[in-house]
Design a protein around this ligand. Structure first.
Ligand code: RB5
Length: 156
């Protein structure tokens, strides 16, 4: 599985720690879309890079980090095909996968400690979508997207 990861300046330090952590998993490839320092940048730019990598299928999942995990999540969700979820604990990370088939995990470096972030990442990577009635609901999310982007399937 390939994971695309990105953050703004607020998430830069935590991103570096998460990349080190992801490197301890077997069979994971990590694609770092930046930012590459703690110099101030705009989170939508990084959200777009990660979201497009996931929407194109270059990466199977994405991780985005900003100060709160909110702005970067909102921006990622503007790309058709993206279901990004801001999570704060293992439970929300698990549900984002099982019930929502989230393909991007978002969290805030100013909100949760690094050890919690690692727990979220582990759950997000290892949990499968439950399908069944949840698939019907996720399909309805796609229908809303299609209603407002009738000619757009992805980012090409
Ligand atoms: C940057 O200061 C901060 O606004 C950003 O990281 C994020 O929290 C936005 O949602």
């Amino acid at each position: 599985m390939k994971i695309a990861i990105g953050s703004d300046h607020a998430g830069y330090e935590l991103k570096s720690e998460i990349i080190k952590y992801l490197n301890t998993f077997d069979g994971l490839e990590i694609e770092d879309h930046g930012t590459y320092s703690d110099q101030s940048v705009d989170y939508p730019d990084l959200a777009l890079k990660v979201a497009e990598a996931v929407a194109r299928g270059d990466a199977q999942r994405g991780i985005v980090i900003c100060g709160t995990g909110i702005g970067i999540c909102i921006a990622a969700n503007k790309v058709p095909g993206i279901r990004a979820a801001t999570c704060h604990d293992k439970y929300t990370a698990q549900m984002s996968r099982e019930h929502n088939d989230a393909n991007i995990l978002a969290f805030g470096s100013r909100v949760i400690p690094a050890e919690t972030a690692k727990e979220l990442v582990k759950v997000f990577v290892e949990t499968d979508f439950a399908g069944d009635r949840h698939a019907r609901r996720v399909n309805k999310i796609s229908d809303i997207e299609k209603k407002y982007n009738p000619n757009k399937t992805c980012c090409r």
